[in-house]
Write a protein that binds this ligand. Structure first.
Ligand SMILES: *Cc1c(COP(=O)(O)O)cnc(C)c1O
Length: 238
């Protein structure tokens, strides 16, 4: 088979990532099965999403709605939307994404709830938090999270199941894992606090290729991994 070398490579990469997750989890006494691996296929062709599924990955993610729509039509995985969402694209995502990770403002909550109710579904969402206060990143401010979670919890058609963050790029000379750790810790504390009032709010989506260890050690329940599985993306792409 033409593809076998490539597929073996993908399988090896998956095994490596799973091993990183397991080591990090075990270092803090966690069960590695409590960490869901979401493979981010953005910028890669749909064939790769097929290969990922064939290799045993069940959760795939995209950061653009149009790519999610196209690939989810062909590949029967659990699809996650991890990138910023525009209100006019909400209709395409609701019911199609297992989980929308990037809800960060009321108008999005309203639109998701409206389309979910109209479509007869309940859409699971995460509230994205800009823990690092990075102007280049989406997410609501730390101080606004509680209010947005309560608002979403009172909106029919959706269920807030957790929090998500993308930390800022680390400054020159600092390791991504170290730079991100205090931010992950803050998100975890916030999740624990909100969980007291919202029992269904349990998930923590944090950790990417360069900082998955600290994310898992700080209780991530979902890590979003692209380049460690699929290689680097083309220059100039997300
Ligand atoms: C691209 C992307 C990832 C994966 O990043 P890698 O560093 O390639 O693992 C995770 N989360 C979001 C929101 C992304 O856009």
């Amino acid at each position: 088979m033409v593809n076998s070398a490539q597929e073996r490579t993908l399988e090896e990469r998956i095994a490596q990532v799973r091993q990183r997750i397991a080591r990090a989890a075990e270092s803090v006494g966690r069960d590695p099965s409590g960490v869901r691996l979401i493979a981010i296929t953005k910028t890669h062709p749909v064939e790769l999403a097929h290969a990922a599924l064939a290799a045993g990955l069940q959760d795939l993610g995209e950061n653009r709605v149009d790519e999610l729509v196209a690939k989810s039509a062909e590949v029967a995985a659990r699809w996650h939307l991890v990138g910023q969402l525009q209100r006019n694209k909400v209709r395409d995502v609701v019911g199609r994404a297992t989980l929308i990770h990037s809800v960060d403002r009321r108008p999005l909550v309203d639109a998701i709830g409206r389309h979910a109710v109209a479509g007869g579904v309940v859409q699971d969402i995460l509230v994205q938090v800009n823990v690092g206060d990075d102007p280049a990143k989406g997410g609501c401010r730390l101080a606004e999270v509680g209010e947005l979670v309560s608002y979403a919890a009172g909106t029919p058609g959706l269920r807030v199941v957790g929090l998500m963050t993308v930390p800022p790029l680390p400054g020159a000379g600092s390791a991504p894992d170290d730079a991100a750790r205090p931010l992950f810790r803050q998100l975890r504390a916030l999740r624990d606090e909100l969980h007291a009032q919202h029992p269904e709010l349990v998930e923590l989506s944090m950790g990417m290729t360069d900082d998955l260890e600290s994310a898992v050690q700080e209780d991530a329940t979902m890590v979003r991994i692209g380049s460690a599985l699929f290689g680097s993306r083309q220059e100039g792409t997300r």
